[in-house]
Design a protein around this ligand. Structure first.
Ligand code: DP6
Length: 334
């Protein structure tokens, strides 16, 4: 439900030329990275424009993400990893609905081809990189040449976390205050952290029972505990900035882990309860805490699913691999 006087289309149309037409028959695939939030986005203050309750901060996963191409076609069609989806497929409908925010559908049809190289084994969501790559592809296909801030704000309307997937490295999505949401976009931080590592622990790859969107709406609507979330997020954002500026890994890890567990606490306090954890998620947490007790600087974060994402630095890699042999390791800064 919406409480805004704006619609996505009314906001977007302000930034478009009078007529939006493909400037080419086809474009080369455009890439956008997946990202993992260290300070999570959890809860919307406005549903139509997809405006968040809090600002968030993420790290992009370098070469892991989505590649999307668009071509002119006889009829609308969406392909995922080389397979044509049915028109009524959920993902396919979301993609076409997003394109409809920009084009005149009666003038041409499109073929959208998306490929994710996010290892399915990692059980990572692809909506962030998917909508970011789609936004970049739309910009190129129609020759819009929009500012990255504007593209980020538009990608946000597809999926909140997609606003952050337009950039590499550390990225902050400012919640903004404007009613049209055009100050709610992400920007990259200029700090790098060469030896930072992210480890993807596979717990389950199955489709989740409750997606992030429904999960956060349920939390906002039913959990009294959610009242404390905006304060937690604001404090954690400050701590993360400090940690990144000082290259203080302990502060980064502690903050990210506490932030993720605080978010999960609000989910558990919802009704019906939302517990994404599986026994193997808890086993992984205990193994991480055990490692820390033994002096290894290893932390984790988790999104709306059972999988665990490890945070560590290059010097701990051997010790971490020993505990998590099937780990997919990402070096976000190459
Ligand atoms: C737990 O961006 O998937 O991963 O805006 O409704 O599409 P919508 O939600 P989405 O939510 C992501 C939630 C999260 C935390 C985060 O990535 O910040």
């Amino acid at each position: 439900s919406s409480n805004s006087v704006f619609t996505k289309q009314s906001v977007i149309s302000q930034y478009l030329p009078a007529s939006v037409k493909p400037i080419t028959d086809t474009i080369e695939p455009v890439f956008a990275p997946s990202n993992i939030a260290l300070c999570k986005y959890w809860g919307k203050r406005e549903a139509e424009l997809n405006l968040p309750v809090n600002s968030s901060l993420s790290i992009s996963l370098a070469h892991l993400g989505s590649k999307t191409a668009i071509s002119v076609a006889e009829e609308d069609q969406v392909w995922l990893n080389g397979i044509r989806l049915l028109a009524e497929d959920k993902f396919s409908r979301k993609v076409i609905a997003f394109i409809d925010l920009f084009r005149r559908a009666d003038e041409h049809c499109v073929k959208v081809e998306t490929a994710n190289n996010i290892p399915t084994a990692a059980g990572l969501a692809s909506s962030a990189s998917g909508f970011a790559a789609l936004m970049l592809a739309v910009d190129r296909f129609y020759g819009l040449d929009l500012d990255l801030k504007v593209l980020s704000a538009f990608a946000r309307m597809g999926s909140g976390s997609a606003s952050r997937s337009l950039y590499e490295g550390f990225v902050e999505w400012q919640m903004g205050v404007r009613e049209d949401g055009m100050d709610s976009f992400a920007l990259p931080l200029d700090s790098r952290w060469a030896d930072l590592r992210i480890g993807l622990v596979k717990v389950s790859t199955g489709e989740k029972a409750v997606d992030s969107r429904s999960g956060m709406n349920r939390t906002v609507d039913t959990a009294h505990l959610y009242q404390s979330w905006p304060l937690q997020a604001a404090a954690d954002l400050q701590r993360l900035h400090q940690a990144i500026t000082d290259q203080n890994f302990t502060l980064l890890g502690e903050t990210a882990e506490q932030n993720a567990l605080s978010m999960h606490a609000t989910m558990i306090a919802s009704w019906p309860p939302l517990l994404y954890w599986q026994p193997d998620s808890v086993a992984a947490m205990q193994s991480i805490w055990q490692a820390r007790a033994e002096g290894i600087e290893l932390y984790f974060t988790m999104d709306a699913g059972p999988n665990i994402k490890l945070l560590f630095t290059a010097d701990a890699e051997a010790a971490v691999k020993q505990r998590f042999p099937d780990l997919e390791i990402v070096a976000p800064f190459g």
